[in-house]
Design a protein around this ligand. Structure first.
Ligand SMILES: Nc1ncnc2c1ncn2[C@@H]1O[C@H](COP(=O)(O)OP(=O)(O)OP(=O)(O)O)[C@@H](O)[C@H]1O
Ligand SMILES: [Mg+2]
Length: 227
C-alpha cells in the first residue's frame, strides 16, 4: 500500500457567501500524479487553497500527513519585462522571502541543483522579466523546489503556453515525479496533456465529480482536447 498523503472526506469548499463545491471525497498517495480538471469557475483553485489552509473548509474533513512539505505554484503571476531579479535570485527568494546579498554555500548549491532540474542553469543570470513564458514557468517550479517539497501543486502552470512549450514544462514535472518521487497535483484544462502525463484524474463537475485512473477517463472526455 502506498502511503496516503492527503485524505479528504465529504469536503465542502467555498467562501462565506458562496458555496463552491460539496461532498467531495478523495485520497492522494505518495508518488501519485493527479490531474484536477473542470470548467472555469467550478472550484479547482478554491479546492487547492482549502487544502493549503488558505481558506477554511465549510464542512467535512481534510487529513494531511504530518509535516508534509508542499510546494505551490499559484495560478496567476505577474512578472513583466521590468522585473529586475535574475532567475537565480528569484529562486533564492524562497529561502527567506527577501533577497539577501549573501547566501551560504549550501544554499548556492541547492539553487544550482534546482536550476539543473528544470533545465535553466544556462539562464541563471538572466533577469526573469526577459525570458519566455515556458522559462518563467520553469523558474516558478524551481522556486517551489528549493524547499524539497514532497507534494507539488501546479495551478494551470501551462495555461498561456504553446503546445510545444507546455510539453517542455510537463516533461520536467514528469521527471520530478518519476525520479524524485514528488507527488504532483496538476490543474489544467488541457486534456491532451492530462491524457499523456498524469496517472489519475479528479474531474469536478456541476454538483458531482468523477475520479480514477487516467486510463479510465470518462468516454465523454476521450475525444475532447479541453475541459
Ligand atoms: N475570493 C473569493 N470570494 C468569493 N468567491 C470567489 C472567490 N474566489 C473565487 N470565487 C468564486 O468561486 C468559484 C470557484 O472559483 P475558482 O477560482 O476556484 O474556480 P476554478 O475552477 O479555479 O476556475 P478557473 O479554471 O477559471 O481557474 C467561482 O464562482 C468564483 O467566482
Ligand atoms: Mg483556477
Amino acid at each position: 500500500m502506498k502511503e496516503t498523503l492527503i485524505k479528504v472526506q465529504n469536503l465542502e469548499v467555498g467562501y462565506p457567501n458562496q458555496k463552491v463545491f460539496q461532498n467531495l471525497s478523495f485520497e492522494i498517495h505518495a508518488g501519485q500524479f493527479l490531474a484536477v480538471i473542470g470548467e472555469n469557475g467550478i472550484g479547482k483553485t478554491t479546492l487547492i487553497k482549502t487544502l493549503l489552509g488558505q481558506i477554511k473548509p465549510l464542512n467535512g474533513k481534510i487529513e494531511i500527513e504530518n509535516h508534509l512539505k508542499i510546494g505551490y505554484v499559484p495560478q496567476f503571476r505577474n512578472i513583466d519585462i521590468e522585473y529586475p531579479l535574475t532567475i537565480a535570485d528569484f529562486i533564492s527568494l524562497n529561502f527567506t522571502g527577501i533577497k539577501l546579498p549573501w547566501l551560504s554555500k549550501r544554499e548556492k548549491q541547492k539553487i544550482n541543483e534546482v536550476l539543473k532540474q528544470v533545465n535553466l542553469f544556462h539562464l541563471r543570470n538572466r533577469p526573469l522579466g526577459m525570458v519566455s513564458g515556458g522559462e518563467k514557468q520553469r523558474a516558478y517550479l524551481a522556486q517551489a523546489l528549493i524547499k524539497n517539497p514532497e507534494l507539488l501543486i501546479l495551478d494551470e502552470s501551462t495555461a498561456s503556453l504553446d503546445p510545444k512549450t507546455k510539453r517542455e514544462v510537463l516533461e520536467v514535472v514528469s521527471k520530478l515525479n518519476r525520479e524524485l518521487n514528488i507527488t504532483i497535483i496538476f490543474i489544467s484544462h488541457d486534456l491532451n496533456l492530462v491524457k499523456e502525463y498524469p496517472d489519475s484524474f479528479l474531474w469536478l463537475k456541476r454538483d458531482e465529480y468523477l475520479s480514477g485512473d487516467i486510463n479510465n477517463l470518462p468516454d465523454q472526455l476521450k475525444g475532447e482536447s479541453h475541459v
